[in-house]
Write a protein that binds this ligand. Structure first.
Ligand code: BES
Ligand code: ZN
Length: 455
């Protein structure tokens, strides 16, 4: 073990330099203009996997962005880990709010700033560097590992589900390990045992076949933007409760023990509000803050557009109006069922003067696992050893839709060992990743391999 730790210390700076190199690649999955950057990123990962001693490194083409796979299976009788992560990143706009360009990584203090630093390139790199350190110093691993990195997580993992189903045998594992979540507070490692699910839809309303003069037509035709906001205003009551019929049918309440656990985590609503400059927090009445964030569903309008938005004024009744909406879901809500209920409810509210088109875009189930599986406990010991602190048990409000697919197809517990921080600015300007967490993360995965090898 000392030899591995010495290796981590000796290669500390090189690991950071290599991280900088992958953060320069603008692998934005939603933007067709960046398709070749995703191919480049996949090639880079494949080469890296072979370089550090992994075997059978392969790129699997999909109709979207490629899936990269590699393995090391030379520890017969030992458990197998399937390590999943994503190499695609979110778009960078509004780019003028970045203090340094998103694909020119800079280190300031303990943090490295770049799109993808925390979500998720920095975190997948932890696994690669831990594996490299182990293999270079020991010549072997104490566990079997399979690495699976996709380029479509930020756009709904469109092709990964089919790939997992088609390659279920190749991907067989005792545990699935994912580092794509934040810790709850700086210095304290966390294990996430629950994620929310999601469904994302677009509504298009059309009133007429062309924009109209609001003087010549106003009073005789309905304005689609007016209609859209009237419809959307019906989604929630003034207590923050969602009004879609049947929406809460399958929501599982949290247990008394879990209530107690949540209340033990240090959370200040005031500090949370201050950290985002919110004048006050808002949410569904009758539930605690962390419960609302992690274990209650939400409805949000993500974007709404239509009509005149230029300089000055224009008296127009627009022909159409649009909105993108999403709902964060919790166990046991089914995203398809919720989408259907949403569509039926919206359709029931569309006035006869409008034509509506509502399309579900993507989504996935939430996930909750129990804390007493031996792999998760091995993770707890490893994190504690590397960070020198007790482990926080967390749920998260975000979604990794493929987690439920892993749980169902691979039939293995999914361990979410994440190394981000609450102020990492994921999906926002100035995304950053703590270098302390990067290096301690690598160390913790080394310990984790050891711990799993002893199960
Ligand atoms: N890393 C996040 C998931 C996450 C976010 C976990 C916050 C915990 C806290 C992941 O990359 C992500 O952003 N997922 C999307 C999924 C969607 C595009 C289907 C999300 O949650 O919006
Ligand atoms: Zn993300």
């Amino acid at each position: 073990m000392n030899k591995i730790i010495d290796f981590l210390i000796a290669h500390h700076d090189r690991f950071e330099q290599e991280l900088i190199e992958i953060l320069k690649i603008p692998s934005i999955s939603s933007d067709p203009e960046h398709k070749s950057d995703l191919l480049f990123m996949a090639d880079f990962l494949k080469a890296e996997m072979s370089k550090i001693g992994l075997e059978n490194s392969t790129i699997h083409k999909t109709k979207g962005h490629p899936i990269v796979y590699s393995e090391w299976l030379n520890a017969p009788g030992k458990p197998t880990l399937l390590i999943y992560g994503h190499y695609d990143v979110q778009p960078v706009d509004p780019v003028d709010l970045w203090t340094s360009p998103p694909f020119e990584p800079v280190i300031k203090g303990d943090k490295i700033f770049a799109r993808g630093a925390a979500d998720d390139k920095g975190q997948i790199f932890i696994h690669l560097k831990a594996t490299e350190s182990y293999l270079k110093t020991q010549g072997e691993l104490p566990v079997n590992i399979k690495l699976l990195f996709e380029g479509e997580e930020e756009v709904g993992s469109t092709h990964l589900e089919g790939f997992i189903k088609d390659h279920a045998q190749m991907l067989e594992a005792d545990y699935v390990v994912i580092s794509d979540t934040p810790m709850f507070r700086e210095g304290y490692p966390g294990i996430t045992y629950g994620l929310r699910g999601l469904t994302y839809l677009q509504i298009n309303l059309r009133g007429t076949n062309t924009d109209l003069h609001s003087g010549s037509f106003g009073g005789l035709v309905k304005n689609p933007i007016n209609a859209l906001v009237e419809i959307l205003a019906q989604m929630k009551d003034d207590q923050g409760r969602i009004r879609i019929p049947g929406f809460y049918d399958d929501v599982l309440p949290i247990s008394e023990t879990e209530h107690e656990k949540l209340s033990q985590l240090p959370f200040s609503a005031k500090d949370f509000a201050d950290s985002i400059a919110a004048p006050a927090l808002f949410g569904e009445a009758g539930y605690g803050d962390l419960e609302r964030l992690w274990a209650r569903p939400t409805f949000d309008i993500n974007g709404i557009w239509g009509g005149f938005q230029g300089e000055g004024a224009k008296t127009v009744i627009p022909a159409e109006a649009h909105a993108k909406v999403s709902m964060r879901l919790v166990a046991n809500q089914d995203p398809d069922d919720i989408s259907r209920k949403f569509i039926a409810y919206v359709n029931s509210l569309v006035p006869e003067s409008m034509k509506a088109e509502i399309n579900a875009m993507h989504g996935g189930f939430g996930y909750v696992t129990d804390l007493d599986n031996p792999g998760l406990q091995a993770g707890v010991r490893a994190l504690k050893k590397a960070f020198g602190k007790e482990v926080d048990f967390l749920r998260e409000g975000g979604s990794i839709p493929i987690v439920k697919v892993f749980a169902d197809i691979i039939k293995a517990p999914v361990l979410l060992m994440g190394y981000g921080l609450p102020d990492e600015n994921a999906h926002a300007p100035n995304e950053n990743f703590s270098l302390t967490n990067f290096h301690k993360g690598i160390e913790s995965i080394v310990y984790f391999f050891e711990e799993i090898g002893q199960l």
